[in-house]
Design a protein around this ligand. Structure first.
Ligand code: FES
Ligand code: FE2
Length: 343
């Protein structure tokens, strides 16, 4: 099955960031996948996605999950800027063709202002997103900036983390003091090929009224009046309450072990032009804190589900609110079949 993880990593587009995070030269964002990384970097001319390895002898360049730093290798000082690699002591390389030194880049596509990366995609990002393409585009255009970035490993196999994020059946027990306070209704689920979306209401009336009112201060291209959760097969989720902010999560596989590389970002939406964004600072700080708590709660329960508990076949018993797990496993089986069809 780790073969499948690798095929999914290679063959699909992955939501890796938002343009606003890379606005200035030298801005970078780093995500871990397997034993390697994906780095998005503003090189002064354009955004590049690369494997975080130095083209000389493969030293990792960036350590933090995000920041602003020049691209300089600590080992022998090679650097990179505006599409060009600069080697130290160039005369020592007269026997080599230094023009052949290149970053290990990935393909990069924009969907609105979202940035998707891929190694060897089987289709265009537009056809992969299918009917969700327009919603994802509108969400990307509604986003102002990143407010929080959190990343760590879940101590579980990645499909277990994804399935946990796909079902609200666990909310009352696992998130009693966090997400369950919203009292989310049953809502509706739509399947779009391998992707899916869950739209529901916030059952807690006073919270719902308060958020509805607050949402009117934002300039939104897309809004669901309640809670929504989009799953972009295979590794990404986008969730939001009234479109005031968007939480983007990645559960990237660890090809050698059975951990998931979790990354979560909170993006805030654009406020109406006449409003100063900083008046919402406290509100977004508390949203970020509660999101962190929710994902901690998820990671703790996921760590109690060993890899052998997962199967690519349909679960024997599943609640209606666990239906998206069935969609997910079906998509995995399809990807598995495609993998054996391609040599
Ligand atoms: S490995 Fe980076 S400069 Fe040598
Ligand atoms: Fe959860």
């Amino acid at each position: 099955v780790s073969d499948l993880s690798y095929a999914l990593w290679e063959g699909y587009w992955h939501l890796a960031g938002h343009l606003s995070e890379l606005a200035r030269p030298r801005d970078f964002v780093r995500l871990s996948v397997g034993t390697a990384d994906i780095v998005l970097f503003n090189d002064g001319n354009e955004i590049v996605a690369f494997d975080n390895l130095c083209p000389h002898r493969g030293t990792r360049i960036f350590d933090e999950s995000h920041g602003n730093k020049p691209f300089v290798c600590r080992y022998h000082g090679w650097s990179y800027s505006k599409g060009k690699i600069y080697a130290g002591n160039k005369d020592q390389f007269s026997h080599c063709d230094l023009d052949q030194a290149k970053l290990g880049t990935l393909s990069l596509e924009r969907v609105g202002d979202f940035l998707f990366v891929a190694v060897a995609p089987k289709q265009s990002v537009k056809s992969q997103l299918g009917e969700l393409f327009d919603i994802v585009t509108a969400i990307a255009q509604s986003i102002s900036n990143r407010h929080d970035f959190d990343s760590y490993q879940y101590d579980c196999y990645w499909p277990i983390a994804v399935e946990n994020a796909l079902e609200p059946y666990h909310v009352p027990l696992i998130h009693a003091n966090s997400l369950d306070q919203l009292d989310l209704a049953e809502g509706v689920t739509h399947k779009h090929d391998a992707n899916s979306i869950w739209l529901t209401e916030v059952g807690n009336k006073s919270t719902s009224r308060r958020l509805e009112k607050l949402s009117k201060m934002f300039d939104m291209k897309y809004k669901h009046p309640g809670y929504m959760n989009i799953y972009l097969f295979p590794f990404s989720m986008i969730s939001s309450t009234f479109g005031i902010s968007y939480s983007v999560q990645n559960f990237l596989p660890d090809f050698v072990g059975d951990k998931s590389n979790f990354a979560s970002r909170l993006y805030t939406s654009k406020t109406l032009p006449k409003l100063k964004p900083h008046i919402f600072q406290e509100f977004f700080d508390s949203t970020a804190a509660i999101n962190r708590q929710i994902f901690k709660e998820d990671s703790e329960i996921c760590a109690r589900v060993p890899k052998i508990s997962w199967s690519i076949e349909d679960p024997k018993f599943y609640a209606k609110s666990e239906e998206r797990i069935v969609f997910f496993r079906e998509a995995c089986r399809q990807a598995e079949a495609q993998k054996s069809n391609t040599p």
